[in-house]
Design a protein around this ligand. Structure first.
Ligand code: NAD
Ligand code: WQD
Length: 343
């Protein structure tokens, strides 16, 4: 089918993918979602339909299923690909590394093979600040900061993913790639029509905060209070998911306007570090309630402090975060309350 602005979004029913679909439509793109809903909730389609004014086109396909995927490359003429589909739970990846290597690496290989075969040359990859590991010097990391070991098999799949793409790009100069290294995505669409659906007990901080506040969890454990940081708790760069979504649109624009030879890694963060206690205090202020939390032992493998130097995103992609951490917390809380209306 011919539409000059058609973009393949693998994992487009997921947390970041769904918000990106909205931004792509706003920018005049025609996204085609591939997702088998293994880590998403089908109700996202309803939210997306309300937001974009029509039902999004989606295919329930495993990205490792090359035969099924190839039918889509035959049917559509993709201008670009944004590859979100992957597993992302750090702890699970330690317990079941092969599950992570199979899905995250095989999925990427499959998509790349088809991208090359069908001459789809604009490729945006979901990478992560986990590729930096624990920063040795400055906690504000830029794309040229030397990397330490990622702290999990999950992190390794992102590093290997970037290396794989680099090798493919060297062998095919027409293939243009941007690796977006996300920091800590948080929040939800301000409409509360789409957001994050953590399956089981959340691993990430903000969903745990909002679930504790709503009563789905008894108490938030704050992992570690004796780190060498401003208040003893770990520091992260929390980026609103809508800002992150917009970065994908800008990355795709950038790739389209590049004639050839592009392999870039770009940090997507706010440039601001926020401690866990700061998140808790902000949340309590925004929600107007006291959160039940207590200190606990450090969590294995946690990076102490990291936040983005986001200048490259600004210069190369003309992107910068518009939302504050407080906006993100507010939207995450509204989303949690909305989810609770349906239980
Ligand atoms: P998510 O789990 O909400 O979304 C991923 C989507 O991919 C899900 O809808 C899932 O069903 C789908 N999927 C997974 N494997 C698939 C397969 N084989 N075939 C078809 N669909 C499949 O996760 P997210 O938070 O939206 O993350 C998206 C991407 O961003 C991932 O690659 C993740 O590693 C990366 N990332 C996430 C974070 C984060 O904290 N959320 C940070 C950095 C990078
Ligand atoms: C943030 C801080 C926890 C939960 C992970 C991945 C990373 C990236 C983003 C994908 C830490 C503390 C958390 C809780 C807590 N994902 N915490 N109590 O660890 O920075 O990054 O998600 O690429 O690769 O590792 O995010 O939200 O899990 O934790 O005290 O119940 O909150 O110890 O200091 P993290 P997080």
């Amino acid at each position: 089918m011919k539409n000059d602005n058609t973009i393949l979004i693998t994992g487009g029913a997921g947390y970041i993918g769904s918000h990106t679909v909205v931004e792509l439509v706003k920018a005049g793109y025609h996204p085609i979602i591939v997702d088998d809903f293994r880590n998403s909730n089908k109700s996202v389609i309803k939210g997306l339909t309300e937001l974009i004014g029509e039902s999004p086109i989606f295919y329930e396909i495993d990205v490792c299923d090359k035969i099924a995927l190839e039918e889509l490359f035959e049917r559509y003429s993709f201008k670009g690909i944004i590859h979100f589909a992957a597993y992302k739970a750090v702890g699970e990846s330690v317990a079941e590394p092969l599950k992570y290597y199979r899905n995250n690496i095989l999925g990427l290989v499959t998509i790349c093979e088809l991208a090359l075969k069908y001459n789809v040359h604009n490729f945006v990859f979901s990478s992560s600040c986990t590729v930096y590991g624990e920063p040795k010097g400055l906690k504000e990391v830029s794309e040229s900061t030397p990397k330490s070991e990622p702290n999990s098999p999950y992190g390794n799949t992102k590093l290997i993913g970037e290396q794989l793409l680099s090798d493919v790009q060297k062998s095919n100069k027409d293939f243009k790639i941007i690796n977006l290294r996300y920091f800590n995505p948080v929040g939800a669409h301000p409409s509360s029509l789409i957001g994050e659906f953590p399956i089981g007990k959340p691993n990430n901080l903000l969903p745990f905060v909002t679930q504790t506040a709503i009563g789905k969890q008894d108490s938030l454990l704050v992992f570690g209070n004796d780190y060498p940081t401003k208040d003893g708790t770990c520091i992260r760069d929390y980026i609103h998911v809508c800002d992150l979504a917009e970065a994908h649109v800008k990355a795709m624009h950038f790739l389209e306007n590049k004639s050839a030879e592009c392999l870039e890694a770009v940090n997507i963060g706010t440039g601001q570090g926020t401690s866990i206690l700061e998140v808790i205090h902000l949340f309590e202020k925004i929600a107007g309630l006291k959160l039940n939390w207590q200190f606990a032992d450090r969590r294995n493998g946690d990076v102490i402090e990291i936040y983005a130097n986001a200048e490259k995103a600004n210069q190369l992609l003309n992107w910068g975060a518009k939302y504050t951490v407080a906006d993100a917390i507010n939207d995450a809380w509204n989303w949690e309350k909305k989810l609770n209306e349906h239980v």
